[in-house]
Every structure is written in C-alpha cells, then in structure tokens.
Write a protein that binds this ligand. Structure first.
Ligand code: DQA
Length: 143
C-alpha cells in the first residue's frame, strides 16, 4: 500500500507559523511521525509539500499509482477548483486533514472546495489527524 501525503502552502513554516493555532511541531517532525506510523502499518509513504498549486497537482499526477492520498491543502482548500479536479480525478480514497479546527476560525475557512473530492475530512486534531487518516486507510485498503 502506498499513500501520498500532500501539504499545501505555508505548511513548510509549521513550528514558526502561529504556534498557538498550529502547534510547535515542524514539518520535518510531522514527516517523521507519519513515516514512523507508516512503517508500523507496513505501508509506503510519499511526503510532499509545496507552496504552489500546480506542483501539488503535478505530484498527484506523478504518483497516480498510489492507493490513497492524505491532503492538507492549506488555504488552497478554500479556493482551488484545480486541486479539487486533480483529487477527484485520482479516483481513489482521499482524506483531507486540517491541523486546526477550521470551522471555529474565520468564516472563509468554513468552506472547503476540495473536501467534496474527499472520502472524509479531519479538522482540529493537530498532527494526530494525519496519523488517524493513515490508520483508517490501512484498515480500509486491507479489506
Ligand atoms: C490549515 C487551515 C487553513 O485554513 C490554512 O489556510 C492553512 C492550514 C490547517 O491545517 O489547519 O494553511 O489547512
């Protein structure tokens, strides 16, 4: 089982960026936690971050043989029909993750364009959201 874990704009600054909202963990620490959990579950993970919409879409296209996608689209989730189309076109399970509880924040964050291409959305559980998504996918794909 291979899972593509995508992180969108501004998630490279985790740890420095608004730590009251996103916590003190860095993207490298998130990547380590995801790869430890993937190892324990016996699955391969491709971990990718970009600030650019097209680069995220290119990665989905490049890794089209992956079995599932976990995506934190960052603010692109609120705006990007192009990323929505790419996730929809992937045609295999997608779980959208937000570190913060977007529905308890500014109004513009309450709407996710990309969520309509997702099997499920996890919002507000910090880095644990990625690990829960991975646990769920491992169970789901084994069936
Ligand atoms: C985020 C929430 C988005 O609204 C924001 O633009 C981000 C991060 C989250 O993980 O909580 O960049 O996706």
């Amino acid at each position: 089982m291979k899972v593509l874990v995508l992180n969108g704009p501004n998630l490279a600054s985790l740890g420095r960026r608004e730590p009251m909202i996103y916590g003190k963990g860095t993207l490298a620490e998130l990547s380590d936690a995801v790869s430890d959990r993937a190892k324990a579950l016996g699955c391969d993970v491709i971990f990718f971050q970009s600030n650019h919409e097209g680069a995220l879409i290119d990665e989905i296209e490049k890794e089209r043989d992956a079995d599932a996608v976990i995506v934190n689209p960052g603010a692109l989730g609120h705006t990007s029909y192009a990323l929505y189309d790419a996730l929809r076109g992937f045609a295999k399970p997608v779980i959208e993750v937000h570190i913060s509880q977007v529905f308890a924040r500014e109004e513009f964050r309450h709407r996710s364009v990309t969520a309509a291409a997702a099997h499920a959305v996890i919002s507000g559980l910090g880095f644990s959201g990625y690990l829960l998504a991975l646990d769920y996918l491992a169970k789901m794909l084994k069936k």
